[in-house]
Design a protein around this ligand. Sequence first.
Ligand SMILES: *Cc1c(COP(=O)(O)O)cnc(C)c1O
Length: 367
Amino acid sequence: MATSTTTDRVLNFSAGPGILPEEVLRQVQEDIWNIDGTGMGIMEHSHRAATYDRIIAEAIEDCKKVGTIGDDYEVLFMSGGASAQNHLIPANLLPEGGTADYANTGTWAKKTHAECKVYGTAHLAFDGKATNYKFVPSQADLDFSASPAYFHYTSNNTIMGTQYHYVPEPPLGVPLVCDACSDIFSRPLDVTKYGLIYAGAQKNLGPAGTTVVIIRKDLLERTPRELPTMLRYKVYAESESRPNTPPVFPIYVVGLVFKWILSQGGLGPIAERNAAKAKIIYDAIDATEFYRGHAREDSRSLMNISFTTPSPALDKAFLAEALEAGMDNLKGHRSIGGIRASIYNAFPAEGCETFAQFMREFERRHG
Ligand SMILES: *Cc1c(COP(=O)(O)O)cnc(C)c1O
């Protein structure tokens, strides 16, 4: 893969679509013109021809390598964003009249819980609303229903900046379903604990346009109701995710990102780097009383750091001055305001140092 150094790009703290590894972008630049010496760009290739055969096979294989995913799981590339999974999961896994359990830890978790109600009963095993979504539940906080069809949780809450630092355990035999949009492959993952994991590509894996779904094979056999072809997981599993024309370009880029993760040494080194990166910024928040983190300390996200300065006016000044200094997309989500620094896998450690330095200087000027 080509490598080079950035000179003309800002520090991009976007929560999604997010920053991509520079090596990947350089490779994409080449392949848009002519991939594999075929005389055609990646976007111009048939999804039934040899180049894409290679791309999809490698994407699945590399995903399995990155996540140490066994042959009892399928890796799917679907469309409709992570939001489509809100209905696809109950449609495919929840029996008529059944109950599924959910943990409400913020905006995305709430949306997925709401959609389940179309198909059956959605039981809240935890609701963080009253405590302003400042923390994720501990195992003891989870109050499961009698026999849920599955338990759904959101491993990282992109907006609130909270993250589970353990894998919650549903009752014995109940599949664990995880929305891992904003922290998939940011740390080692024990896939064997899960029935289904999904992530829209645009946070930590690639461009928008495809959603990675890792599903245990036995769950493909659940057919609780008749469903249109394009809504069935099994259809994707049986066709290398190309029952129709797939989003070739985003899947191709995600494939390159998997190769990039492997080139970094895999999830162990990636996780170490992510922890060190987040610490740089949390240390700057904790140094004085000037900045306030949104998340309770034990639930702090290593991917999305949401915080405020002493006032909305200062938040605004912070964003303006940061932009001036080459740091973009730091505005907090409209639902909680303030500032949010998203530091996905591809975000450089030096960028965190630069940002922490900026935070200290801003505080000195305005504190
Ligand atoms: C961004 C996000 C979503 C929604 O993703 P779309 O692909 O836009 O549907 C869902 N869950 C989490 C945790 C997210 O961060």
